[in-house]
Design a binder for this molecule. Structure first.
Ligand code: NAD
Length: 284
């Protein structure tokens, strides 16, 4: 039975922990905030209760899976005896590096140390642990209890064995792993999503079609559940804009230049669903 420690019990960490527990792992879930740990445990119970109500999960299995997640605010206790540690804390480099330094001191010497970061390749973090060969990215998708994919990214120092163990654990926890042999901004999924949505913005800015018709074309012609503009409203147009701006500034590549119309939406405070208006208007 794999012993997993998940560090950070926010939107991602809580569900990564629960997904692994549903597949039999013994999980320690750690956070700096006791309050957040309580929320994570309660949130997971609510999500699993829905499955029980729908008849897709037996009540006894739910109780067993909830029981296998042990919340703790003590990092040393969380990682003691862990086979694998998945970091899912705030998306900032320094806190992640500080955490990996502590993991290097506290986690068993043979534990795999994985980061769920969406944007930081493991090479930016791994050396802080003092054992870069044991480190990789394991990038899950929101919500991890539903989304099957996990991107496993090999850094320049990652060993073959670490990649194999991350892949095996991804499967063991009921997820579908893919391996990136090279570190690359945006990994696979966000890279492709980004390229497609940048093209959609280019068509809009060039006056080729309305945003509604571009969404309809993508939804009906490519069978995407949401076109790029509807998806942008869903994730937040400020998030979409800032991601593009970051890529544009760091690479200087014209392909990443944010659309003028996207910038105008952000400047007008029309950020999507969360503000009631983005490309579309939402009932609040
Ligand atoms: N939200 C997404 O859609 C998504 C998808 C894929 C990957 N990610 C990545 O997952 C990570 C977490 O994202 P999230 O959306 O769950 O964030 P979140 O803000 O919901 O949760 C982060 C949690 O980490 C805790 N934390 C902060 N510092 C800590 C520390 N040193 N030790 C222990 N806990 C600490 C916070 O208290 C908080 O509960 C980020 O790296 C993000 O890029 C997010």
């Amino acid at each position: 039975m794999t012993r997993l420690a998940v560090i950070g019990s926010g939107s991602m960490g809580a569900q990564i922990a629960q997904q692994a527990a549903l597949h039999g792992a013994e999980v320690a879930l750690n956070d700096v905030s006791d309050d957040q740990l309580d929320k994570a445990v309660a949130g997971n119970r609510r999500l699993l209760e829905r499955r029980v109500a729908k008849g897709s999960l037996p009540a006894a299995e739910m109780e067993a899976a909830l029981h296998r997640v042990r919340p703790t605010a003590d990092l040393a206790e969380a990682v003691a005896g862990a086979d694998i540690v998945i970091e899912a804390i705030v998306e900032q480099l320094e806190p992640k590096r500080r955490l990996f330094a502590r993991l290097g001191e506290l986690a068993p010497a043979d534990a795999v140390l994985a980061s769920n970061s969406s944007t930081m390749g493991i090479s930016q973090i791994a050396d802080a642990s003092g054992r870069p060969a044991m480190c990789c990215n394991m990038h899950f998708f929101y919500p991890p209890l539903v989304m099957e994919l996990v991107e496993i990214v090999r850094g320049p120092g990652t060993s073959d064995q670490t990649v194999e163990r991350a892949v095996a654990f991804g499967r063991e926890m009921g997820r579908v792993p893919v391996v990136l042999n090279k570190e690359i901004d945006g990994f696979i999924v966000n890279r492709i999503l980004h390229a497609a949505s940048q093209e959609a913005y280019r068509l809009l800015d060039a006056g080729v079609a309305s945003f509604e018709d571009i969404d309809t074309a993508v939804e009906k012609g490519l069978n995407w559940p949401m076109g790029p503009f509807r998806l942008g409203d869903f994730s937040g147009l400020d998030v979409t804009y800032n991601a593009r701006l970051h890529m544009y500034r760091t690479t200087g590549d014209e392909r990443y230049r944010p659309s003028d119309q996207l910038r105008a939406k952000v400047e007008a405070g029309q950020l999507g669903r969360k503000t009631g208006r983005g490309w579309y208007v939402y009932e609040r």
